[in-house]
Design a protein around this ligand. Structure first.
Ligand code: PGA
Length: 252
């Protein structure tokens, strides 16, 4: 059975003290009432080591939002997958549309990052999704297929077991505009079908595919009720415990 997951993506929000306060509060709330799904928080690099010591890792997983495409060495300002792992983190988000768009991360660069993350024992939350123009041209299936082929479909089946897919239509991220549950289910089912074509039905059935893009407590129950939607990758609504908890509770 594939995992149900609600993952937070803090993006570039919260200084260290604020991040510690948020993680502490979330840990209190979730250890008092065990969630019905896996919960992960992905934080800026500088928070990882401190937050790792605060949270109960059996209740909350920890992830980074990025890692370097090189293993180590003279790459000033970069943070390697090995360094991320050494903080106690278990996950890394890769391929987020903001990284692809603002930092020119190509499928080839992301492939390097995916490989390094897996070599270092991290699970990857790999983001895919189309722009508004691509959706209007009905190119969404071709876009997500190319993104998977470019960065993760070279993996062996055993490696692919460490990949969580996050489908995030770019037009829905931070815009308040969510894909309808039907729109999301349609493309999630398509994504699962191409994973099945590549790796077979069993791997496809075991792959968690999260929805992201203006997911909140009010729309999460309808989204998560769909057969191929296995949870969410949450930006804005992961920054306040009641909002994030509201989404986690959609699995009740
Ligand atoms: P949002 O962001 O929930 O704020 O739309 C989601 C994401 O970018 O992961």
């Amino acid at each position: 059975m594939r995992k149900k997951i609600v993952a937070g993506n803090w993006k570039m929000n919260k200084n260290l003290q604020e991040g510690v306060a948020l993680a502490t509060e979330l840990n209190e709330v979730l250890t008092a009432e065990t969630p019905n799904c896996d919960v992960v928080i992905c934080t800026p690099f500088i928070h990882l080591a401190t937050v790792s010591d605060i949270i109960d890792h059996s209740v909350i997983g920890l992830g980074a939002e990025n890692c370097a495409d090189k293993a180590s060495g003279a790459y000033t300002g970069e943070v390697s997958a090995e360094m991320v792992k050494s903080t106690g983190a278990e996950y890394v988000i890769l391929g987020h549309s903001e990284r692809r768009e603002y930092y020119n991360e190509t499928p080839a660069i992301l492939k390097e990052k995916v490989d390094l993350a897996l070599i270092n024992g991290l699970k990857v939350i790999f983001c895919i999704g189309e722009s508004l123009a691509q959706r209007e041209a009905n190119e969404q299936n071709a876009v997500v297929k190319a993104e998977l082929e470019g960065s993760v479909f070279h993996l062996a089946p055993a490696e692919f077991a460490n990949i969580v897919i996050a489908y995030e239509p770019i037009w829905a991220i931070g815009t308040g505009k969510t894909a309808t549950a039907e729109q999301a289910e349609e493309i999630h089912a398509y994504i699962r079908s191409i994973i099945a074509e590549k790796y077979g039905d069993e791997v496809a059935e075991n792959t968690s595919i999260l929805y992201g893009g203006s997911c909140k407590a009010s729309n999460a129950p309808e989204l998560f009720a769909k057969k191929d939607i296995d949870g969410g990758l949450i930006g804005g609504a992961s920054l306040k415990v009641p909002d994030f908890k509201g989404i986690i509770d959609a699995w009740k």
